[in-house]
Design a protein around this ligand. Structure first.
Ligand SMILES: Nc1nc2c(ncn2[C@@H]2O[C@H](COP(=O)(O)OP(=O)(O)O)[C@@H](O)[C@H]2O)c(=O)[nH]1
Ligand SMILES: Nc1nc2c(ncn2[C@@H]2O[C@H](COP(=O)(O)OP(=O)(O)O)[C@@H](O)[C@H]2O)c(=O)[nH]1
Lengths: 272, 272
């Protein structure tokens, strides 16, 4: 199985940490404090990481496309461009492959989902978020998440989610929605509806093992006032994100990419 | 006594909340969720709020200059301009007043300090932060703070502070440093040094009263995993910021503004 994941968001929103947490593997090393003199790149770059992992007994070939520099400049006017070019180029590679006479040695490079990190301001989406979504939502399954959601109280999270959904609706932005099949068993239907009702997921990432007050060893972040637990559904939506991305809906993400998003791209390209 | 404070930082960093917390007064109403359709301004605007407050038995006439829109656009290239114009215009107003024959009815509008909110990424200063500091540090006492510092663990805060100080040093940016007078009593000297060693302050703001597990009623933020207390020095540097800004160093801020920053501006202006 392949999972090709596009990861986008401002620097410092915990993207590397979350990827390591999702796959329980140190795919991204902690950023060493670069000397203050080594300044960041002056534009958006595309960085690809590959790994073979096993998730729930299933072998997964993982490709993560990271986009350092996005939203980090003083002027972010074309931040989306290199990313859209990457999405398109992977579609083009597949189009070219499809047209070959000899089609063995198949490599599916299409991006199955875009994990987009929203800064936990508590207010609303930013113009840059909206601009990016508009450029990408018809080409990749967008899964927006509220980054570092331990910054927000439970009521702030509820309000923020409402506002984000309203912003998306106002701008006609489509985000990935798992399908609810009415002929499925009740438990599956309820699980899927519950996932959808929790969008966008408010997540926390950490690979550190911390001991809670009552002695359990958990992945979390330790503060003087308490320990936030990554895998605790009372504390954040991480387990739901893992569910969506790599347990129950991976097939749907890949299928929607091939059968809908790629086909629309191909038609658009061949029509020209 | 006058305190004229410039408040700068990206939307959603808790600036309004912090101002209300500092002066224990609802100077800024909580932003009502504006309909998603009412989008923010497309540039930086200058918004002034005045209030008379009493702090520790001292009457204070407070003027807060807020700068909505700063850092919120896709392109923030000239975000600093309207702010520098505001700083200059207040210097000009004083220059004009100084030259009057009849100088009663004195109103000191010069900005005594700029409270600059740094996003708690945990990485380093951003290009926009540095650009702003360079435009402003010779005109206003800069007091940078790490906003919403409850996002960071204690060790992350220490590292982040080190990195911010290194970034400032590398770019030759001067921030406000209270003076240590060697002939002062030991306690004052130690307090001042301790304040300086804590720069930049990592703060949390809240006007909500929460009950802690051990029954105390405190200002703080309530999370499922614990209560962070604003006025608890173990939890964040808020009390030190209040100390610097409105208790022990207000006079030094005003004096440095009149005797050094304004004089340098005046000389620069008259020299042309
Ligand atoms: N509060 C909070 N901090 C986090 C979380 N995940 C990561 N961090 C911290 O945020 C900082 C930046 O994380 P990093 O993964 O390097 O962010 P990236 O720049 O987006 O890749 C580090 O200090 C992390 O420990 C989270 O879920 N909550
Ligand atoms: N985690 C955290 N959240 C805060 C803090 N101060 C304010 N907030 C929350 O952050 C959101 C934005 O605060 P606000 O004061 O409106 O920010 P402003 O846009 O900078 O004026 C609100 O949901 C606040 O409750 C803080 O110190 N820590």
């Amino acid at each position: 199985f392949n999972l090709n994941l596009l990861v986008v968001g401002e620097s410092g929103l915990g993207k590397s940490t979350l990827i390591n947490t999702l796959f329980n593997k140190e795919l991204y090393k902690p950023k060493e404090a670069k000397a203050a003199a080594e300044e960041k790149t002056e534009s958006v770059t595309i960085k690809t990481t590959e790994a073979d992992i096993e998730e729930n007994g299933v072998k997964l070939h993982l490709t993560i496309v990271d986009t350092p520099g996005f939203a980090d400049q003083v002027n972010n006017e074309n931040a989306w461009k290199p990313i859209v070019e990457e999405v398109n180029s992977r579609f083009d590679q597949y189009l070219e492959f499809e047209n070959r006479i000899n089609r063995t040695d198949y490599q599916d490079g299409k991006l199955h989902a875009c994990l987009y990190f929203i800064e936990p301001t508590g207010h609303s989406l930013k113009p840059l978020d909206i601009e990016f979504f508009l450029q990408v939502h018809k080409k990749v399954n967008i899964i927006p998440v509220i980054a570092k959601s331990d910054t927000l109280t439970e009521s702030e999270i509820l309000e923020f989610k409402q506002r984000i959904l309203a912003d998306l609706k106002l701008n006609n932005i489509e985000i990935f929605q798992p399908t609810v099949y009415d002929n499925d068993d009740e438990e599956t239907v309820n699980n899927t509806k519950d996932l959808i009702n929790t969008f966008p997921f408010a997540i926390v990432g950490s690979t550190k093992e911390i001991q809670t007050k009552d002695g359990r060893l958990v992945r979390g972040r330790q503060y003087p006032w308490g320990v936030i637990e990554v895998d605790n559904a009372e504390h954040n939506d991480f387990v739901k994100l893992r569910d969506l991305l790599i347990r129950n809906f991976l097939e749907e993400l890949r299928e929607k990419t091939s059968k809908k998003l790629y086909e629309e791209y191909r038609t658009g390209k061949l029509d020209k």
